[in-house]
Write a protein that binds this ligand. Structure first.
Ligand SMILES: Cc1cc2nc3c(=O)[nH]c(=O)nc-3n(C[C@H](O)[C@H](O)[C@H](O)COP(=O)(O)OP(=O)(O)OC[C@H]3O[C@@H](n4cnc5c(N)ncnc54)[C@H](O)[C@@H]3O)c2cc1C
Ligand SMILES: NC(=O)c1ccc[n+]([C@@H]2O[C@H](COP(=O)([O-])OP(=O)(O)OC[C@H]3O[C@@H](n4cnc5c(N)ncnc54)[C@H](O)[C@@H]3O)[C@@H](O)[C@H]2O)c1
Length: 467
């Protein structure tokens, strides 16, 4: 596979080495690394290209899911007497240690598979199945019979004056602040905004979320949204709604976020305005890979791009930006490359999600509003966590914010959706999702024998009071 015919005949000096492989994976994301390991272990020759040594293992373990949840947990454990800055420094050090360990474990998972070759550098298409890799140890040209694009996303900047100021951060740089900002302003009101708002409120900041719409969680039912708003407010998070951010002024003492609804003074500003596809370096046009108007790679339900034998997985496809989705993408491509039973994106049922505020908001399926808009006859079980007698665990943990809400089809008794805002919600939602996939009825969940004391027990009570 390693064909170094690029040697300069005059001096013998290496010019561009050429590799060819069965499967070329661009980007060390969740889908790509899973595919590379599975195919490599089955003896298929795989080359995986990653441009950034600090991103080995991908976004999730290095700058996203895992380190941010480690910080959320640390923030939850902070006691009022802890010095904010010293505590934050220890939390970040512990986060960093965890990330380094995971990065090395991820490297080993592929480095120990003989059929997988790991290449450092940035890939750019030179043709439908060839890339040039630069910026690594040597310049390479790699040809793959099959190509899988798994380059993920990067923070999307709102494009306003002052966004590059010294007190302005994205979701990566804010994980290494050297002190707790007294006032943190967050532009954007999506998942990243909510998680960092809740986290920094517990680290000791007064936080303002600046929402350009009517507030947070616009798609949620009113009772669920109110529950999350209440928990955030109790932690010290304010929401400035209907506020279009026009610029950020940086002064000697502080930054000022200028919005259509007034100015917000801040010691640090987090921009959490979505993520853009990491495709700028790829030169997708050279491979005839089409993108949508936002730059995401267009794929069909089998994750095939417009270019033959080129697939794309993970965030770069513009689907739900979640690690388990990237993982599931890898299953879909793996099935096609190995002739296994075909899977596709349309097979996905009841995908659970969680926003890691304190406590987390986990949800699956339809909201009550969506179910009613579809004309379904619904029964709803909804109780504030603090009032659920059969759920002692939140009380034992001292965190009783939240609501447990389940939406049930009155005709079939099947669960249509659930919103769990409570401790352990990120775990219990998986049970509800499985019930939805397996056709387990609300009555069976209600009458389930669950461990005690646990959060799952809420289902015994809430589903016993459907209205
Ligand atoms: C702050 C934050 C928190 C999050 N929390 C969660 C969570 O709790 N749960 C959850 O499910 N999801 C979470 N997400 C989303 C999740 O991180 C992503 O959905 C997931 O990481 C997607 O991974 P991927 O497979 O698309 O690729 P990625 O993991 O993004 O990997 C892409 C890789 O490709 C590399 N690359 C890019 N271009 C090139 C190139 N030209 N050549 C070579 N290499 C290249 C990049 O360096 C990167 O390592 C979070 C995201 C953020 C930002
Ligand atoms: N727990 C999790 O699963 C988790 C955690 C964090 C991130 N993520 C993923 O990361 C992705 C990115 O998160 P995010 O919060 O950045 O994106 P998002 O799409 O969830 O929210 C973006 C927010 O920014 C606002 N916005 C966009 N442009 C703006 C502008 N110019 N000015 C002001 N506001 C603007 C939007 O109205 C929205 O409130 C999400 O898709 C999510 O799936 C997941």
């Amino acid at each position: 596979m390693d064909d170094r015919d690029g040697r300069d005949p005059r001096g013998g000096e290496l010019m561009t080495a050429r590799l060819s492989t069965e499967v070329l994976v661009i980007g060390w994301g969740k889908g790509g690394k899973t595919l590379a390991r599975a195919l490599g272990r089955a003896g298929r020759r795989v080359v995986l290209v990653e441009r950034d040594d600090t991103m080995i293992g991908g976004t999730c373990i290095n700058v996203a899911c895992v380190p941010t949840k480690a910080l959320v947990i640390q923030a939850e454990r902070r006691r009022p007497e802890d010095d904010p800055d010293a505590y934050l420094a220890r939390a970040i050090a512990s986060r960093d240690t965890l990330v380094e360990r995971l990065r090395e474990a991820n490297r080993q998972l592929l480095a120990t598979v003989d059929a997988v070759t790991l290449v450092r550098g940035e890939a750019s298409f030179t043709g439908p199945h060839t890339v040039r890799v630069t910026g690594g140890d040597e310049e390479l040209e790699i040809a793959g019979e099959v190509v899988v694009v798994n380059t993920g996303t990067v923070p999307r900047m709102p494009g306003i004056d002052g966004q590059d100021g010294p007190r302005v951060h994205d979701s990566t740089s804010i994980q290494h602040l050297d002190s707790v900002p007294d006032r943190l302003a967050i532009v954007g009101a999506g998942t990243i905004a909510l998680e960092f708002a809740s986290m920094f409120a517990r680290f000791g900041s007064a936080v303002t979320i600046i929402a350009r719409g009517a507030g947070i969680l616009p798609d949620e039912d009113d009772d669920v949204r109110a529950s999350v708003e209440h928990a955030l407010a109790d932690a010290g998070v304010a929401v400035l709604a209907d506020a279009s951010t026009t610029r950020i002024d940086d002064g000697p003492e502080r930054a000022t976020v200028v919005t259509s609804a007034g100015e917000v003074a801040a010691d640090a500003v987090l921009l959490a305005t979505g993520r853009a596809p990491a495709t700028a370096a790829l030169d997708l046009a050279a491979a005839d890979i089409r993108t949508d108007e936002r730059g995401f790679v267009i794929v069909d339900d089998l994750l095939r791009t417009s270019s033959r034998r080129v697939w794309a997985v993970g965030d770069v496809t513009g689907g739900q930006q979640l690690t388990p989705i990237s993982l599931d993408d890898s299953r879909i491509v793996h099935a096609q490359l190995t002739g296994a039973e075909e899977r596709n994106r349309a097979d996905r049922v009841a995908v659970p999600t969680a926003v890691f505020t304190t406590p987390p908001l986990a949800r699956v399926g339809l909201t009550e509003r969506e179910a009613r808009e579809r004309g379904l006859r619904v029964l709803v079980g909804a109780k504030p966590v603090a009032t659920i007698a059969a759920m002692p665990r939140p009380k034992a943990l001292g965190e009783t914010h939240g609501i447990i809400k389940v939406v049930v089809d009155a005709e079939t008794d099947l669960v249509l959706g659930a919103a769990l805002h409570s401790v352990d919600a990120q775990e219990v939602i998986n049970l509800v999702a499985l019930a939805m996939r397996a056709g387990v009825t609300a009555a069976e969940l209600r009458d389930g024998i669950w461990t005690h004391p646990s959060s799952t027990e809420a289902l015994n009570e809430v589903l016993g009071e459907l209205r």
